[in-house]
Design a binder for this molecule. Structure first.
Ligand code: PTJ
Length: 266
């Protein structure tokens, strides 16, 4: 990182008062700006984050019961998977690199870079962030992304033959809807983390966790550690009792009830 940026980050921490009610949120924005300057994030990632912030407001910036339920089901699905893969884009690398590595270790899962705005410099910059966070191997960089997801025309179609191409379960966050649908179409189970319960990704994933990736990843690691001692039958029971459409409906209902309650306080 260059020195100018270093001093700006320092001054930004100073500029935002310790007791500023939005301090955490502003520091997260700063992390993303920094990631953009380091070639990890595209500017469009900042816009995507802004949309996420709006939905985070609507759910009260907390992990709500519908997200806890989806996290439990996702943990069971990941533990039952034969070949789980964590798909990483710019926003995920900028915000949760260390937790991605922890989760991959817990599951013995592969980590793969998969980008909408793909170019080799970003692939490498993201892999570097993951290696710095402790990853032993990062797939999907350069020539490694040599397989193709059929019926998908964006750069996201390019995947590793040792990763997403042969995965049975793919965990992803901040995604555009096309790939989720394309992955489901070729028989993959998709776990999506998306704050917007109305997005195409949220609607087409096998399990949708409507929550902020920043809160989801540590909870997934914790839940997986707990469920590891469960027998397969018990994990399968958790999965079969989870209904994604119903859970998404509950997220929407929660938002509408919350807004109704808030309107009474005005
Ligand atoms: O790094 P790349 O090149 O793969 O590009 C990634 C972005 C995010 C730019 C690209 O996938 C994109 O444009 O995504 P969308 O279509 O804007 O969708 C992003 C979704 O993630 C939206 O539904 C947001 O509400 C949601 N979102 C934003 N921030 C978070 C989030 N969900 C969970 N946690 C967040 N922090």
């Amino acid at each position: 990182m260059d020195k100018t940026r270093d001093s700006k980050t320092w001054s930004i921490r100073e500029i935002i008062p310790e007791n500023h009610p939005r301090r955490e949120s502003l520091l997260i924005r700063e992390k993303l700006v920094e990631a953009m300057e380091n070639g990890v994030l595209v500017p469009q990632g900042l816009i995507a984050h802004g949309r996420g912030e709006c939905f985070d407001y609507l759910i009260g910036e907390k992990t709500q019961p519908f997200a806890e339920r989806a996290i439990e089901a996702a943990s069971a699905m990941l533990l039952l998977a034969k070949y789980p893969v964590i798909s990483v884009n710019g926003n995920m690398a900028a915000l949760v690199a260390k937790d991605i590595v922890k989760l991959a270790e817990e599951l013995n899962a592969k980590i793969e870079v998969n980008l909408f705005y793909r170019d080799i410099d970003r692939e490498r910059a993201i892999a570097e962030v993951l290696y710095e966070a402790g990853a032993k191997e990062v797939l999907g960089v350069g020539e490694d992304a040599s397989a193709t997801i059929p019926e998908l025309f964006s750069e996201r179609r390019r995947v590793s033959p040792r990763g997403i191409f042969i995965a049975d379960v793919v965990l992803l966050g901040l995604e555009d809807g096309d790939r989720t649908q394309a992955l489901v179409n070729i028989g993959k189970k998709v776990i999506a983390i998306d704050l917007n319960p109305l997005s195409r990704t949220a609607q087409s994933a096998t399990i949708t966790i409507v929550d902020n990736i920043i809160r989801v990843f540590p909870r997934l690691v914790e839940k997986i550690r707990k469920l590891k001692s469960y027998e397969r039958g018990k994990l399968e029971e958790i999965l079969t009792s989870f209904n994604n459409k119903k859970n998404l409906g509950e997220a929407l209902l929660f938002i509408s009830e919350r807004l109704k309650e808030l309107s009474k306080t005005l």
